[in-house]
Design a protein around this ligand. Structure first.
Ligand SMILES: O=C(O)CCC(=O)C(=O)O
Ligand SMILES: [Fe+2]
Length: 390
């Protein structure tokens, strides 16, 4: 699947986590001041492929055209999206309708969370089987190639009537004094929902399928919202904030601060995705790739850590309802372009990435061959692993 990662073979069977140790506690004050990188954070040299120091030439789409009804401008935007998604799977959008002040407020609330004492953050720790919660470097799940970051994940389920689910999460997890934080993220998620509908419409147009097809498909889906903090690292050349991977999810709506570090693998090199305060990065994930019958490419990306400054980003991962069949629309199937993937459900892929496969690349291919072999055996020789991303 996709371009080959020359010199950067992706490893599917990393050392599984055996027991809890110090690394399950990501104490940024301690870690960012030590000159010797703990071995758990060291990545193998074949994966530490140098950046090209060049920028990706992804299109910057003015999403405002979707509201104007100017079909010529919409067709032009759709063509740019199509070319980018066929090549590397990423584009940026402006005029997305997410208020800049709200985005800034969300970044401030990230500080509120990540500056909490370690013990308070650990009280919100992600529990097995749940997608929500705090996690430091995934140290509770893996023993090696840990990402240099701490994250908080919460869910906005589109099928739930409640319009305060994110607020409720913050208050019940951190306490009533986190009402404001919860409200900010609740509003942010609602803005993301609106915005994702417009993007889904543009993607449908770009593929020549019914304009409402993907919007309707994701109507009862959910948004996995994740805030990421990457503290500075003195030995940043030997680790990653997020290692090379494709997102197993459908679409990723990402906002990054001005520090930089997000890179995409395209034309056989790692290219920087320039930070733009007024833009969101959209990238295609494995599940959406299947929904396009493989026409659009799941974006291979990674995050470098900065030596001096903290980097922050916010990622919204869009997922369909867990039990819905993931199946490309008939209009994308023909004699020349037969169906490329058997039907599957997002719940199955998610479970697979939690129990059998560290989702870095080729998740769908590995999943289908695992299904085809023996479902009772792990996909690789290692016991359960899961994604750095999911
Ligand atoms: O922080 C970023 O810019 C991207 C993070 C990412 O790729 C992920 O969480 O899947
Ligand atoms: Fe990602």
């Amino acid at each position: 699947m996709g371009e080959s990662l020359s010199g950067a073979t992706l490893i599917h069977n990393p050392t599984p986590k055996v027991e809890n140790d110090m690394m399950s506690i990501f104490d940024k004050h301690l870690l960012q001041n030590i000159s010797e990188l703990p071995k758990e954070f060291q990545w193998p040299s074949e994966q530490l492929v140098e950046t090209s120091h060049e920028s990706l030439n992804e299109p910057l789409i003015d999403l405002g055209v979707m509201k104007t009804g100017d079909e010529v401008a919409i067709a032009k935007a759709a063509e740019l999206v199509r070319n980018a998604c066929m090549k590397h799977g990423l584009f940026q959008v402006t005029n997305h309708g997410v208020d800049l002040d709200l985005t800034k407020a969300a970044y401030d609330e990230m500080d509120t969370i990540f500056n909490l004492p370690v013990s308070k953050k650990l009280s919100a720790k992600k529990k097995e089987g749940s997608q929500e919660g705090y996690s430091g470097a995934h140290g509770d799940r893996f023993a090696s190639r840990l990402p240099w970051k701490e994250i908080l994940t919460f869910i906005n389920d589109y099928s739930k009537i409640s319009d305060s689910q994110v607020l409720d999460y913050f208050v019940s997890t951190f306490g009533p004094e986190f009402q404001h934080t919860g409200l900010v993220f609740q509003k942010y998620c609602e803005a993301m929902k609106e915005f994702s509908h417009t993007v889904l419409e543009l993607l449908a147009i770009s593929l020549g399928v019914d304009r409402m097809h993907y919007k309707e498909f994701f109507d009862d889906g959910y948004l996995v919202m994740r805030v990421n903090s990457y503290p500075p690292c003195l030995d940043n050349a030997h680790t990653f904030g997020t290692g090379p991977h494709t997102d197993p999810t459908s679409l990723t709506f990402l906002h990054q601060d001005q520090v930089g570090g997000l890179e995409v693998f395209s034309d056989n090199k790692w290219l920087e995705v320039r930070p733009r305060p007024d833009a969101f990065v959209i990238n295609i994930g494995d599940t959406f790739m299947a929904l396009t019958n493989g026409i659009y490419k799941s974006c291979m990306h990674r995050v470098l850590v900065n030596k001096e400054v903290q980097r922050k980003s916010m990622t919204g991962f869009l997922d369909p309802r867990g039990d819905k069949a993931v199946r490309a629309p008939e209009s994308l199937i023909s004699k020349d372009t037969p169906r490329k993937y058997p039907d599957f459900t997002w719940a199955d892929i998610l479970d697979f990435t939690q129990k059998h496969h560290r989702a870095e690349a080729d998740t769908l291919d590995v999943y289908f061959s695992w299904l085809g072999s023996s479902k009772s055996a792990p996909a690789n020789s290692a016991p359960a692993n899961s994604a750095p991303e999911e």
